[in-house]
Design a protein around this ligand. Structure first.
Ligand code: AVI
Length: 318
């Protein structure tokens, strides 16, 4: 058993966060990158979202996975280096690792260092024969993938949860292209959320328990803590709606009054009702996603869905 895990640390600095916040709050439509929703508290809140009745993607993806695990494992084959982009709690990974025949190494990549290390350590203890190589990074960035000390037959990317939906289409293609290069000769197992009834989508991002609202507002708490901004949390509200023309959920933080927020010498005025756009979550048809995957250099090998076609898991070869 490996008692100690080496961390490959490429965590973006506070300077990057500060720059992106200043840039984003100066835009006519204020915006903040959704990756900053995932500090330690945000990651925990997101795990709670995944348990919600209203949030169908997680349980549907798990159900599809469970029903098709044998076939999925057979496609991935033996002796692979599994690279998970945005590993979070690595919950789905355990099911995959249980089914995989002799996975050799696992590279979880996440931006939240504490969360990553906790999850990686738990996994290393649960799978003593697996080489766990945690990487703290913004997974869309440029960083080297650690080399396994063991014999690896192919690299397989794992990107569940339809996190690809949080990328605008051009950025999604660029990111998939980057994975296709990293995993050339192997493939990518990816979860993709599908277009559906608008009301179901609305409920998933406006849960009655208010966890998604807390997740969204936590971004402002984080900025107050890490950059000493002076956001008044009770003066902003969570707002999420589906934009059918753009095929995406848009999540915002809406200013409930006229106010000014400060970051050092910078002042950012808000009108009442003006919002900060914090996240997009694109929904695809199977054909739309196939075009995207092909344009990024992948070949769609296999698609699994649930009986209501709410969600899909796809294996793309690179
Ligand atoms: C991580 N990602 C796929 C989630 C989604 O559904 O877009 C993030 C999320 N935002 C609010 N609820 C869940």
């Amino acid at each position: 058993m490996r008692q100690h895990l080496e961390l490959y640390d490429f965590q973006p600095s506070c300077v990057t966060l500060r720059q992106e916040v200043i840039q984003g709050l100066q835009k006519p439509q204020k915006e903040l990158p959704s990756k900053y929703l995932y500090d330690e508290v945000g990651s925990k809140l997101f795990s709670q979202i995944c348990e919600l009745e209203a949030y169908y993607p997680t349980r549907t993806e798990l159900q599809i996975m469970d029903e098709n695990m044998e076939e999925i494992a057979a496609l991935l084959g033996t002796d692979c280096l599994l690279i998970e982009y945005g590993s979070g709690s690595s919950l789905k990974t355990r099911r995959l690792l249980n089914a995989l025949n002799r996975p050799t190494a696992y590279v979880p990549i996440d931006i939240s260092k504490e969360y990553l290390m906790d999850a990686a350590l738990e996994l290393a203890l649960a799978y003593p024969d697996l080489e766990v190589l945690p990487v703290c990074a913004d997974y869309t960035g440029d960083f080297p993938i650690p080399v396994s000390s063991l014999q690896v037959r192919q690299r397989v990317g794992y990107f569940p949860g339809s996190t690809i939906g949080n990328f605008d289409p051009d950025a999604a293609r660029d990111f998939l292209w980057q994975i296709a290069r990293t995993c050339a000769g192997g493939g990518l197992l990816i979860g993709v959320d599908l277009k559906k009834d608008f009301n179901m989508l609305h409920l998933a991002y406006n849960d009655p328990e208010g966890i998604t609202a807390r997740f969204n507002l936590n971004l402002l708490t984080r900025l107050n803590q890490e950059l000493a901004t002076d956001f008044q949390l009770d003066q902003f509200g969570h707002y999420a709606c589906y934009n059918p023309g753009a095929s995406r959920i848009e999540m915002h933080l809406v200013s409930l009054c006229e106010q000014t927020v400060h970051l050092e010498e910078w002042a950012f005025p808000f009108r009442r009702g003006e919002s900060i756009w914090t996240e997009s979550s694109y929904k695809y048809t199977l054909d739309e996603f196939a075009s995207l995957a092909v344009s990024a250099g992948f070949c769609v090998e296999r698609v699994w869905t649930d009986p209501y076609q709410l969600f899909s898991i796809q294996y793309l070869s690179a």
